[in-house]
Design a binder for this molecule. Structure first.
Ligand code: PLP
Length: 378
């Protein structure tokens, strides 16, 4: 039996999405064509846009389909800077996804001043720090909704209000929140929100950016598609799959969140009871229901993960792009973990995760840790 607990890296594509994608490949029209095949494709595009907008409380015109979460965020961040030509200050946090941090470093090299908010030992930012930091020179505040390594949720609604009252744009990277928890962009005053298909049971190669009505965000790719906001023929199969994934997520949002939370509690409780050196990172903060990040003293995560993999359990040490590099996690370092920043294992569940999979981890993990800890002390 194989147990997949690396859903923050990528998720299984829902069978219903695969079906929708296959239909689009057979009904292969280009949504920009005027003939009937094209108009059929256009309808599929509109349906997907409507489904996704319902999931996040937006209107269909506020959705721009992109190729991934990274593209969505880059479009928002670069666009917000372009729309604020006199402003040279950006606020973000130390624990954003590497794809965002790389862009902020690039903007810094271009002359922007970038403030990276600290987090406390549980991975939380302090809103009063944000309040002190934003000025009328701040072009953009960009904060993730949920952290990909720990699941810790930032108070993005309050942060958006603070940014807006200072006259700054607000962007949130909701790649690890969309489809897992309620997002309501009617209640929350964000200007931009990024999400990614492959983190919510749709395919890789599709993402979306919410752009608040009235904001004329410049494109990264020029062309007439997506109302001039993202050129290039739409990846219709993947977009249709994302539409179906949005419907599925919306239908099962509350029950899915409750079920993942229950299974995660079982996993955490079971590990804490059987592995005395285990510590859950971010336990004291609000977290999305599917993620747990656990340190095992100073035992190296790579060795634990390798043994888990051999036993048929796939988990990760953090961001998929840095996993394998054995670099300490920038998120855990920011939380003050020191040496154990290299020693954390992330289990990320999905709505397909079963009780049996959790039981399998609980049956195998304590033995692996015990053997490794014994070797260390011998
Ligand atoms: N932001 C977060 C929080 C993520 O976890 C990821 C992927 O791991 C991304 C952004 C990048 O998304 P994508 O792979 O769709 O570019």
């Amino acid at each position: 039996m194989s147990t997949y607990l690396d859903n923050n890296a990528t998720t299984r594509v829902a069978p219903e999405c695969i079906e929708a994608m296959l239909e689009c490949m057979e009904d292969y029209g280009n949504p920009s064509s005027m003939h009937s095949l094209g108009q059929s494709a256009k309808k599929r595009l509109m349906d997907a846009r409507a489904s996704l907008s319902r999931l996040i409380g937006a209107s269909p015109q506020e959705i721009v389909f992109t190729s991934c979460g990274t593209e969505s965020s880059h479009m928002a961040i670069l666009g917000a800077c372009a729309l604020s030509p006199g402003k040279r200050h950006i606020v973000t946090s130390r624990v954003e996804h590497p794809s965002q941090l790389a862009l902020f470093a690039h903007l810094e090299a271009q002359g922007y001043e970038v403030t990276r908010l600290d987090v406390d030992g549980e991975g939380r930012i302090a809103l009063d720090e944000l309040e002190k930091t934003v000025t009328d020179d701040t072009a953009l505040v960009s904060l993730m909704w949920a952290n990909n390594e720990t699941g810790v949720v930032f108070p993005v609604e309050e942060a958006a209000r603070i940014a807006k009252s200072a006259g700054s744009f607000f962007h949130t990277d909701a790649v690890q929140a969309a489809g897992k928890t309620k997002i309501d962009l009617v209640a929350m005053p964000a200007d931009f929100l990024s999400l990614s298909g492959h983190k919510m049971h749709a395919a890789k190669g599709v993402g979306a950016l919410f752009v608040r009505k009235g904001i004329k965000l410049p494109p990264l790719f020029f062309g007439h598609q997506e109302r001039g906001r993202r050129g290039g023929t739409e990846n219709l199969p993947a977009i249709a799959g994302l539409g179906v994934a949005s419907d599925l997520a919306m239908a099962g949002l509350e029950s899915g969140e409750a079920r993942m939370g229950m299974l995660r509690s079982k996993l955490e409780k079971g590990i804490l009871e059987t592995v005395p050196i285990a510590r859950i990172n971010g336990f004291g903060a609000p977290r999305v229901a599917n993620t747990t990040n656990i340190s095992f003293g100073e035992l190296e995560s790579e060795a634990i993960l390798d043994r888990l993999d051999k036993a048929g359990i796939q988990a990760s040490s953090g961001a998929a792009c840095t996993a394998g590099g054995n670099e300490p996690s920038h998120v855990l370092l920011a939380m003050g973990l020191g040496k154990s920043a290299q020693a954390a294992v992330r289990f990320s569940l999905s709505r397909y995760t079963t009780e049996e999979e959790i039981a399998q981890v609980l049956g195998i993990l304590p033995g692996i840790v015990e053997t490794m800890a014994t070797w260390r002390t011998e």
